[in-house]
Write a protein that binds this ligand. Structure first.
Ligand code: HEM
Length: 126
């Protein structure tokens, strides 16, 4: 259907579940990123990112029902995000996106967004 969203096109919740779980498995091993996460359990952070991405791409709006307006710049303000943190985040996400079974066009579209978003959330230049 013409109204099919990107969320539907890539396979819905299970695709986002897989990508975000793979991403956090990398974050858990990353010496620069892991200490930024305030909670010992990365599970809740994983759920928030999964629900946000699902909503962003046209899936259910559970993220905003639970968390309100995303305000991602504000929510990242407590964490120093310089070029190294940004690159580490993108490195983890690259692995996760590459392992997902996406068509090239969809992979590129998703990646372009994630790269742009990671740059836009920087709040430090060292
Ligand atoms: C939350 C780090 C980029 C989406 C967080 C948290 C940290 C963090 C430490 C708190 C964990 C928690 O939720 O308890 C970073 C770093 C980034 C980055 C170092 C590197 C640039 C991004 C990008 C997106 C994103 C590009 C979206 C495309 C989110 C969301 C939350 C979050 C949705 C949860 C917000 C909430 O509802 O509280 N991030 N992040 N982050 N991040 Fe990032």
């Amino acid at each position: 259907a013409t109204s099919e969203t990107f969320y539907d096109l890539v396979g819905g919740e299970q695709t986002f579940r897989q990508i975000v779980a793979r991403f956090y498995a990398e974050v858990a091993k990353d010496e620069l990123l892991r200490p930024l996460y305030p909670e010992e359990d990365l599970g809740p952070a994983e759920e928030r990112l999964r629900l946000f991405l699902m909503q962003y791409w046209g899936g259910p709006h559970t993220y905003s029902e639970q968390r309100g307006h995303p305000r991602l710049r504000m929510r990242h303000a407590p964490f120093k995000i310089g070029p190294f943190e940004r690159d580490a985040w993108l490195r983890c996400m690259r692995i996760a996106v590459d392992e997902a079974d996406l068509q090239e066009e969809q992979r590129d579209r998703l990646w372009q967004y994630l790269e742009m978003a990671a740059h836009s959330l920087m709040n430090s230049w060292d």
